[in-house]
Write a protein that binds this ligand. Sequence first.
Ligand code: SF4
Length: 262
Amino acid sequence: MKEYDDITGIIYDIQRYSVHDGPGIRTTVFLKGCPLRCLWCSNPESQNFEIEYMKKFQSDEKELVGKKVSVKEVMEAVLRDKVFFENSGGGVTLSGGEVLAQPQFASAIIAAASEEGVHTAVETSGFSKFETAWKVFEHVDLILYDIKGMDDERHKINTGVSNELIHENLKKLIEKGKEVMVRVPLIPEHNDSVENIQGVVDFASQIGVKSIEILPYHRLGEGKYERLSREYHLKGLKTQSKEYAQELLSKISKPDGLKITV
Ligand code: SF4
């Protein structure tokens, strides 16, 4: 038995065979609880820290969202697909909610996976005290880091928090030599102006980021708000195609050494 096997946390899902949460085939573990309230959040059931009820899909019956699990239980699920990770260059990704909000649990999973030779990645908003975040980031192989906008007032409206800490933490991670991919969710009328995207690209380039991924807006999570008896604030907003994002990018001046993908 390892010293971290019994550390527990709250998760709301484990998805096997993910291909969008880092390289190769991955198992994504979704931690529950997030201090942000992004207007477009496609996983509203991830936001509350408490276990809660949500209506089942197309039914009035309710089901519990979230459960307390140990690192040992998470690793048993993850290691089932070790052979796929090895063949595809994949591994385990911790996502949320906000992974940094359960630092002891997240860092223990990263330690356990690393000990098994499994590649580790974290998806994060970066919103945490750096000392706390570093406990999670220090030993992780890849950080997928959201930057949602440069204008702080707009950022507060869009997410409920200032972007200052998020940008500071990103700078520190790059200074410490961590492998970071910045991800930018594009949200119509909220952060998809040429000015904002250019600002993100320039900021990322100046601090030494090498890779940015643009994520066009989708509404896949909209139905979940109703199932949670909550309001979706972006009702009626049009989704964006990959071509739209590419067209937007064609208007951006791209610094040398920065790879931008859609
Ligand atoms: S940071 Fe992620 S999980 Fe948290 S509210 Fe925003 S989109 Fe949702």
